[in-house]
Design a protein around this ligand. Sequence first.
Ligand code: IPM
Ligand code: MG
Length: 361
Amino acid sequence: MELHITCIPGDGIGPEIVAEAKKVLEKVAQVYGHQMIFTDILMGGASIDAYGVPLTEQAVQTAKAADAVLMGSIGGDTATSPWYRLPPEKRPEAGLLGIRKALNLFANLRPAILYEELAGACPLKEEISKAGIDMLIMRELTGGLYFGERKTVEENGVKKAVDTLTYDENEIRRIAVKGFDIASKRRKKVTSVDKANVLDSSRLWRKVVEEVAAGYPDVKLEHMLVDNCAMQLVKNPAQFDVILTENMFGDILSDEASMVTGSIGMLASASLNETKFGLYEPSHGSAPDIAGRDIANPIATVLSAAMMLRYSFDLDREADAVESAVRQVLKDGFRTGDIMSQGCEQVGCSRMGTLLAERIG
Ligand code: IPM
Ligand code: MG
């Protein structure tokens, strides 16, 4: 099969981790008889430096022409980088929000798994972590506070900033359907997270989610308020299968979920539209403090590439092979610095990519 993949190496550690994901994908291609055709585009700070904007129309068109997009990370140090002296709509993050919107990537899947071999990295007490963690956060990605109208004005000498949180029922329905579809292939439980005791958008969210749930009689639905969810994630993470939530809550809860599994360096993500097209990226940021030192953990990007094989190309066997390579490398005792523990061998980013590739096929 010919796989046309647009890559966005991006900023910070992005280029290093994408290089390792490509290395693993090339090995998959060789073993399973596929052809990977990679085209790189610039986004974020790299695009600002080259073109003065974080995302060009040309880059969007190149992304659209591919079957899937594989991304590293974008952005820099907000305190020191000149990118953050630009107006907000010209900063690196605007490129990421722009491509999500331009490609209509409304469904963001963020699996958080506690690997047996990394149990030691889990910051929770053993009596909690021993029940295991295997959840998927289904985050709405193109609505809510991120894309509502915003402005900063001055009224009678007082500055005032406004951000708007809007959802219509169609936006809620399509993400809820994705959430229930995936739950029906997992442990058949959806926890819909909202703030329905305060927000109108959450009350509509609840109503529409319940309508969708009626079409999935074998999936159990429960509602949870977002503040309680933040607490339950550290108190009893084993209770979660699919967490279905809106954009901002999903942003925050997915960072928390990744931390309870030990390292954000392990957390993959897929952003999908109604078709097979998707953008795949690690959930972590660009870590500018460790960029260019060959010490970043490429596993989240490699696992994102596995999600790409599964969701955009229906190559389940190949995706399984990549995921088993990750488990095997951990079993064999190799660790990057962020997940290092006693008795293991610490390796750099590039060596980790090579070790993973060696374990395919
Ligand atoms: C994420 C990131 C982005 C977001 C930032 C970089 C705009 O935190 O993908 O979770 O808030 O969506
Ligand atoms: Mg985030």
